[in-house]
Design a protein. Structure first.
Length: 438
């Protein structure tokens, strides 16, 4: 009897296409996940706390190839299932938390463009969230016999105490007017403002009559406004996911690094002190970004003291209550399970359609170990990529013996294949395929 989770053909193709290209799939992650139950449970508790009106912040730390991107994507999907809204972006030379030349606003705009909900998991959900909110306001207006704009003001009254709250409400009322009058230009202008895409106050004032825009200095305030707004729109809260935090470590200017670290400290203090509600942050970075005492977070004493790890969590003992979650590399046993999961995805969860037997998995791992040593499980993106290619050849050439193909597989250490290039800020391409370990 087949007890495997069913796999849709669309998910299968998406997963295999991503793995064959050496990147992390955006969907279907549940079909290939292995291990890390403790880390996942800790983050699920964070999500529940956010949904209950609390706040959470975690630093997901791991070497290139330890699985940061996969882990962040998985937790983001869990948050969506818990009815949270998520926004996510990768930091890059032109996107960071604090700046004066538009880089911080660029990070905010990218994150909001990637806004996702349970029904819009691929991003671009801002318009649907806003539409849901104004539609509910219109229904309440009909029930109470009051103006829609007055209902919007009443629902967002508690946001007036937040920086930019008044302009936020003004923009939503402008969106409502555009919706009522079939004015797509006005609606588009409102969404542009909410995405932080206006670069001058003059342009925003002419389009929407607002006095301010979301600029470099307002990114964190903008995220707090979004968190309050999505809860008013009927969602449980907002989860903000920022990956590639190592780009802050790479900043040449000590002043620029410290200004970004100050922003992180402000967010951390707000979360730990309970000053924010319905808002969570996940930051993905490398050990250097965290622990380097010259350029990492540990170079900032206030952050080092808050992020220091539990001295008692050693010799195999773990503590998932602190703000730092360290992702360890795959074990050979977990890689074996992962290869089995990939084989299962290829077969659409039908054991009768498996292209290779169990002995082929261990033979493949032995082959990889002999060719590139322990790196085959420590940073195994090339290994998984080769395994997917092996299955593809077997699938398209029926009758081929898998044993005859093993000697033809060329494996390269991920340290040399360019995937771990520090300048690469593309989603899912910075982590090796050990990111398939959950």
């Amino acid at each position: 009897m087949n007890t495997q989770k069913p796999i849709r053909g669309k998910d299968r193709d998406t997963i295999l296409q991503a793995l064959a290209a050496g990147v992390v799939p955006r969907t279907g992650l549940q079909h290939i996940q292995v291990g890390r139950a403790g880390e996942v449970s800790a983050l699920v508790r964070d999500i529940d706390r956010i949904a209950d009106g609390g706040a959470a912040l975690r630093f997901i730390i791991g070497e290139y190839g330890a699985g940061k991107t996969f882990f962040l994507n998985l937790i983001r999907l869990v948050a969506l299932e818990r009815k949270l809204v998520t926004v996510h972006a990768d930091l890059a030379p032109d996107r960071r938390l604090h700046a004066t030349g538009g880089q911080a606003r660029g990070l905010y705009a990218e994150a909001v463009r990637n806004m996702a909900t349970r029904t819009r998991q691929d991003g671009g959900a801002l318009a649907s969230v806003v539409e849901k909110f104004v539609t509910e306001c219109a229904r309440e207006s009909e029930r109470n016999g009051t103006a829609v704009e007055r209902v919007i003001d009443e629902r967002l009254a508690h946001m007036q105490e937040l920086v930019g709250g008044y302009d936020f409400a003004t923009v939503l009322k402008a969106y409502w007017r555009g919706s009522e009058n079939d004015d797509e230009i006005l609606k588009g202008a409102a969404l542009r403002w909410l995405r932080g895409e206006y670069s001058t106050r003059t342009e925003a004032r002419q389009a929407l009559g607002v006095r301010a825009i979301i600029d470099d200095a307002d990114v964190y305030d903008g995220l707090k406004l979004l968190a309050a707004f999505v809860r008013q729109a009927g969602y449980s809260g907002l989860l903000v996911v920022f990956d590639e935090m190592v780009n802050l470590y790479k900043l040449q200017s000590a002043q620029a690094r410290n200004q970004n670290f100050e922003q992180i400290l402000a967010i951390l203090n707000d979360v730990l002190q309970g000053n924010v509600s319905g808002l969570g942050f996940l930051f993905g970075g490398t050990p250097e970004f965290l622990m380097d005492t010259r350029r990492g977070l540990y170079s900032y004493p206030a952050l080092q003291s808050r992020l220091a790890e539990n001295a008692f969590a050693r010799d195999g003992l773990v503590d998932f209550t602190g703000p730092v979650i360290r992702l360890q590399s795959l074990t050979p046993e977990e890689l074996l399970v992962l290869l089995g999961n990939v084989r299962n995805v290829f077969a659409l969860a039908d054991p009768e359609r498996h292209l290779v037997p169990d002995e082929a998995l261990t033979a493949f791992m032995t082959h990889c170990s002999q060719r590139i040593g322990e790196a085959y499980f420590r940073t195994p993106r090339s290994t998984i990529k080769a395994f997917v290619q092996l299955l593809a050849v077997l699938d398209q050439n029926p009758g081929t013996d898998w044993r005859s193909l093993l000697g033809d597989i060329e494996l390269a250490s991920d340290a040399d294949d360019g995937y771990g290039d520090e300048g690469n800020s593309g989603a899912g391409t910075d982590d090796e395929l050990s990111s398939l370990r959950l």
